[in-house]
Each structure stands twice: as structure tokens, then as C-alpha cells.
Design a protein around this ligand. Sequence first.
Ligand SMILES: NC(=O)c1ccc[n+]([C@@H]2O[C@H](COP(=O)([O-])OP(=O)(O)OC[C@H]3O[C@@H](n4cnc5c(N)ncnc54)[C@H](O)[C@@H]3O)[C@@H](O)[C@H]2O)c1
Length: 260
Amino acid sequence: MSNLENKVAIVTGAASGIGLACAQRYAADGATVIGIDRQGCDEWESVSSLSPASKLHLADVTNAGELQAIVATTVGELDRVDILVTAAGIGDGGPVNMLEEDAWDRVIDINLKGTFLSIKAVLDNMMARRSGSIITIASVEGINGTEGGSAYNASKGGVVLLSKNVAIDYGRMGIRCNTICPGFIETPMFNGLMDSMPDFKADIAKQIKLGRFGKAGEIAGAAAFLASDDASYVTGQSLVVDGGYTAGHSHGIVELMGLT
Ligand SMILES: NC(=O)c1ccc[n+]([C@@H]2O[C@H](COP(=O)([O-])OP(=O)(O)OC[C@H]3O[C@@H](n4cnc5c(N)ncnc54)[C@H](O)[C@@H]3O)[C@@H](O)[C@H]2O)c1
């Protein structure tokens, strides 16, 4: 277990799925967690019971003023921001000729611009203290294309490169920035999408080398490592956490050879 005792972490998208799991894990590891989400969450109780100074703020990551106000309050009350996780995001897309311009704008605004604005909001404090760990949540779909990916994949590819550039620009100040690229993780977003496409879900499952979908806590485990001093020399990296989905294709040859 990594030790985040006395650390202050801001987590966006903290009311559900991966963001909520990161908030829970960080609280269990000793951090005070400031969650940001545009919706509330009954399960947040599990975070504040572990870490009583933790709070969930209702705000939209596309609103720079709201983000800056939460960071200012956090710094006023807790003195600093040590860790940022940007997990707020939405899924949408489709082949380009079928994708409406406003759907494109919405995905890029929340997934990419929201990540930019969240990072921008915490940088002054991290720069002043010459320390910080920023963890963005992209996707394996930010590294490889997928059918109909368009807006979502473009937003996540943007997050991957934005994160590398933050690592380059602020490494001299002791600020690290890494991306986690999750594969297919069972969360409300994933379940909502997959429940309407059972054949597609079964096809993906066949390509996951560990033979199962991921759990949000498994992404939180990677986020705990990247936030901790165990990752003190890790920056500018994209950590793929996908059960081997992107390791390569399998076509049943080893089964033919008798490996079961
Ligand atoms: N679940 C997966 O399989 C998977 C795979 C790869 C990447 N991801 C990424 O992980 C992140 C978290 O996804 P999840 O699966 O936990 O989804 P989720 O829908 O369970 O949680 C996302 C949270 O983000 C919040 N949010 C959305 N737009 C917001 C906004 N404008 N301002 C503030 N909060 C906002 C939602 O209210 C929600 O609570 C997303 O960026 C997603 O793209 C998920």
C-alpha cells in the first residue's frame, strides 16, 4: 500500500467509477481528498469516513472559474494541492460523417479542455511549492484507433500528449505528470455503453488476455502508485492498465497446440 499520509489530492469525476475509486483509495492511503464532479454521490460517505476533511464539490470541469475557486478554497483551508487526478469524462463518438458538431465539441470540451483547465487550476500552487503529481486519465483509445472512435479517441490522444508536455515543461520544478490509459473497466460509463451492445462486449472480452474486464479499484491502484514517492522518478509516461488488451492479437494458435 502506498503511503499518502498528509497529502492533499484533488480528483475530478470523483462521484462515479474510476474517479470515485481513486478518491476511496487515496483516502484509505491517508490523503485528504477534494472531489469535483457535476453530480453528487451517496458513496462519497466512504471517502469522508476514512478521511474526515475530504469533501465533494459540485462543479463542471469545463468551467475555469469554478475550478479555480475550489483550488483557492482548498489552498486556503489545507495549504496546498499535492496530487491531481483528472477522471471526469464522457464517452461519445461515431464515424465522422455521422457525428454532429455539437457532440464533437462536448466530448473535446469535457475530456480534453476539462483536463487542461484542471491542470491549469492547480499549477500555480504546485509551481510555488516546486512539487506535485498530476495523473490524467486517458484510455487505450488514446493510443490506438477503434471503429467509430473519432471524438472520444481524439480527446484521449490529446490528453496523452498534453500530459507529456506538462511533464516536459514542469519537471524542472519537481512536478510529475503521467497518464493512465485504462482498457475496459466496469463502471457506470462502461456498463451503460456495453449493455446496449452485447455482441460487441463479447468480442472485446475475447481480446482481453487476462480474460475479464477491469475493476475501477485496479485503476486506482495505478493512480496510487503514480501519486506516491515510489514513482518519484516516473514522469511523462502513459501507463496502460488493460488486462493485456493491447498486448497483441490472439488467434487461437496456442489452443491448437494444446495450451488450454
Ligand atoms: N470505464 C472504462 O472502461 C474507461 C476506459 C478508459 C478510459 N476511461 C476514462 O476514465 C474516466 C472515468 O470514466 P468512468 O468509466 O469512471 O465513467 P463514469 O461515468 O462512471 O464517471 C465519470 C464521472 O465524470 C463526471 N463528469 C462528466 N463530465 C463532467 C464535467 N463536465 N464536470 C465534472 N464532472 C464530470 C460524471 O458526472 C461522472 O461522475 C473518463 O475520463 C473515461 O473516459 C474509462
